[in-house]
Design a protein around this ligand. Structure first.
Ligand SMILES: Cc1cc2nc3c(=O)[nH]c(=O)nc-3n(C[C@H](O)[C@H](O)[C@H](O)COP(=O)(O)OP(=O)(O)OC[C@H]3O[C@@H](n4cnc5c(N)ncnc54)[C@H](O)[C@@H]3O)c2cc1C
Length: 427
């Protein structure tokens, strides 16, 4: 690992607390947050802890939050669904007003959020972090009904990961698991490949003759050489990955036949079929005029205030924030900056400097983790800081006697990251 990457990794636990703002700076006002996931729950907690004069309300449709991170470990049989599910009780005990309802509409002119029961929540500043919607029909035949037979497991508030888990457990030995992976941009760029790895780990233990066919709408993917190197070493002969130029793009599904149909007409049948469809920003953001034609929300990179509607900050997966990936870590980093900018705005001060962090860890096998790290700055554009971060070394870059220990440590860092970030949201 190069020195810069090592320094960034070492600095990141402390960076969870960024930006550095003294407590109690006196900014008062009503801050309302829609969505209690990685972006929204992090924003609520940060606002509560750092700016006690703010009145903080969190609107979340569900009573519990199941994280997508570590969902793939449920498929591997390493984690229970309970261990990745959290309540909002502690946030409420810290003084966040938590409303468990669906936000139906945003009235920007009147600065009010309308809830499912018809009541309205007034705000001075609004943060919107609704995550993603799945674009039903973007793959022909793939709608909500089809997803019961061919689960996505990509948005727990739409479908729990346990639907896919049950199908994998029931799959006959020697069966085939087919996965359809979308083009960019989508939630969690390394997520599908971690999922392939975790399903392979489960198969290796319980159904060693099973096969995995991954049909990808892209020609390359995050941490590809690292994943493929590990797949060859850990799961030889089990995984076939087909990119777009090898007819990997799925354009239609036939749930009755359990088939994915590719661009050039190949029909690929699976005993279990996991379709990850194309996505957009969550509906509330699109209907409030926060998204552009792409279906995602443009933001001002210096503050994460909406580029389309003043007085509303959009954070997390719903945003157009490349080169930052759509990750939980990124959403949490956006959240803290947005809260700090809102506090500054309410106090009539300029926004703090925009610095963001991301690390995406992936579990590839037992005691085998890899990661990608980045530091970003927001100004006129969002840019990755040159020389910051990087990805884990390939095997050839590590001394042979240190490889296993290096991969083991990265899987431990991943566990540490998960405990830290969920503790920060719900602890
Ligand atoms: C398999 C998988 C693995 C992943 N692994 C990682 C990882 O290891 N590391 C990482 O950093 N990221 C990971 N991610 C990505 C991460 O889950 C997302 O980037 C993150 O959840 C985005 O945060 P968010 O706040 O934008 O959305 P979410 O966390 O999805 O939160 C959105 C919340 O808004 C609520 N909501 C939506 N609309 C409304 C409404 N109208 N009214 C009220 N509530 C509403 C939803 O119920 C939900 O609770 C993974 C994703 C997947 C699918």
């Amino acid at each position: 690992m190069n020195a810069t990457r090592r320094a960034v990794l070492a600095a990141i636990p402390a960076a969870f607390a960024a930006p550095r703002i003294a407590r109690a700076q006196g900014a008062a006002g009503r801050v309302v947050i829609i969505g209690g996931g990685f972006g929204g729950a992090s924003a609520a907690r940060f606002a509560r802890d750092r700016f006690p004069a703010l009145d903080v309300t969190l609107i979340e449709q569900s009573r519990t939050f199941t994280t997508c991170p570590y969902g793939n470990l449920v498929l591997a049989g390493r984690r229970s669904i309970e261990s990745i599910t959290f309540t909002y009780d502690r946030l409420a005990a810290r003084g966040v007003r938590v409303i468990h309802q669906r936000a139906e509409a945003i009235d920007h002119a009147a600065r009010r959020v309308r809830l499912a029961d018809g009541s309205a929540v007034p705000y001075d500043r609004l943060i919107v972090s609704p995550g993603i919607d799945l674009r039903w029909g973007a793959i022909e035949g793939y709608d909500e009904a089809a997803s019961a037979r061919m689960p996505h497991g990509w948005a727990p508030y739409v479908q729990p990961i346990t639907v896919l888990e049950r199908q994998l457990r029931a799959m006959p030995e020697g069966g085939t698991f087919v996965m359809a992976i979308p083009d960019n941009p989508f939630r969690c760029p390394p997520g599908p490949y971690e999922r392939i790895s975790m399903v392979a780990e489960y198969f290796k233990r319980h159904k060693p003759r099973a096969k995995i066919i991954a049909l990808d709408a892209k020609n390359g993917f995050s941490k590809q050489p690292l994943f493929q190197e590990a797949w060859e070493a850990l799961y030889p002969g089990m995984i076939e990955w087909r990119g777009a130029s090898n007819d990997g793009r799925v354009v239609r599904v036939d749930p009755a036949a359990m088939e994915c149909i590719t661009e050039f007409g190949d029909r690929v049948r699976g005993d279990v079929v996991n379709v990850i469809p194309p996505q957009s920003a969550g509906r509330i953001a699109r209907e409030a005029g926060l998204a552009n034609q792409s279906g995602w929300c443009p933001i001002k990179p210096a503050t994460f205030e909406s580029a389309q509607v003043p007085g509303i900050w959009v954070i997390g997966d719903a945003t157009i924030a490349a080169p930052m990936p759509k990750s939980g870590f990124a959403a949490s980093s956006h959240a803290k900056h947005a809260v700090a900018c809102i506090a500054a705005d309410l106090a009539g001060r300029p926004p703090p400097p925009a610095v963001f962090f991301n690390t995406c860890y992936s579990h590839v096998g037992e005691d085998y983790g890899i990661s990608i790290v980045g530091v970003f700055r927001g100004g006129d554009r969002l840019v990755e800081v040159e020389g910051s971060g990087g990805i884990s070394p390939r095997d050839a870059q590590l001394p042979p006697d240190r490889r296993a220990e290096f991969r083991r440590l990265e899987s431990l860092y991943a566990d540490g990251w998960y405990e830290a970030i969920t503790g920060e949201m719900f602890g």
